[in-house]
Design a protein around this ligand. Structure first.
Ligand code: PMT
Length: 223
């Protein structure tokens, strides 16, 4: 096994995909399985960390020794992450969070009545990751905040712009679309850091990518 280099550290990870209710039976969602986030949780626990996993709609067994906080929507996830981040050494946002939600969720199942379907009006969700960075900065804490970026095109250019916009310390950029990353056993990524650093993580099991991310986080933790 690996040295317990995260012993005494507390980490908070989000995993899975949010669901935004349209009515009591329908939602807007995405294809995240939670596998990448659960791999981050298992590897952090194996390296000695105290792990909290905020899980959005994941159908995977709870990792041993990890506290799992189930959530459904982006707003639920935002509340859970803001509560759990307090006092954590590192926060990792691997969940796929909906950027928009229906402006209102119908109280009853929407029926087909022969007329044209009503459009679903959307409003913007808060940017949870940017909020976590703002909370950290407001408190002046030594807390490492890691984002993920799912990009289909111009992966590096979009990743750099996203790192600047969200203000996190590290951004794990993985390419999606064409059957990549969402729901798969393997993943590959480039981890963008401050001052233009870019660390390539070759294709391999999601656990391997997770361990490489923790290596980069561990380097940043104060003694
Ligand atoms: O779960 P798997 O099937 O294993 O798939 C893993 C994954 C592809 C979902 C994962 O590796 C991944 O890329 N997660 C991030 C997906 C995502 O939402 O990317 P994004 O580029 O839309 O968002 C960038 C970052 O901002 C992410 O850290 C995201 O959590 C965060 N975000 C996005 C929108 C929002 N409203 N609030 C956020 O915090």
């Amino acid at each position: 096994g690996r040295a317990p280099d995260l012993a005494g550290r507390r980490v908070v990870i989000s995993a899975g995909g949010t669901r935004e209710a349209i009515d009591p039976v329908r939602f807007i969602g995405n294809h995240s399985s939670g596998k990448q986030g659960y791999a981050l949780a298992r590897t952090a626990a194996a390296r000695g960390a105290e792990v909290t996993l905020v899980a959005a709609n994941v159908a995977l067994p709870d990792p041993a020794g990890v506290r799992v906080v189930p959530v459904e929507s982006a707003l639920d996830l935002a509340d859970a992450m803001e509560a759990e981040r307090r006092g954590a050494d590192a926060v990792v946002m691997s969940a796929a969070v909906a950027d928009f939600r229906p402006a209102a969720s119908a109280a009853s199942k929407i029926k087909k009545d022969g007329s044209a379907p009503a459009p679903v009006e959307l409003v913007e969700n808060p940017d949870v990751l940017a909020g976590l960075v703002a909370s950290r900065d407001r408190e002046g804490l030594a807390q490492t905040v890691v984002g993920f970026a799912a990009e289909t095109d111009d992966v590096l250019a979009n990743g750099r712009a996203k790192l600047a916009r969200k203000g996190c310390d590290l951004l794990v950029v993985n390419q999606v679309g064409g059957g990549r990353a969402f729901g798969t056993e393997d993943n590959q990524a480039v981890v963008l850091g401050p001052d233009g650093t870019a660390v390539e993580i070759p294709r391999g099991p999601k656990e391997d990518l997770a361990d490489r991310v923790w290596d980069l986080v561990a380097e940043r933790l104060p003694d």
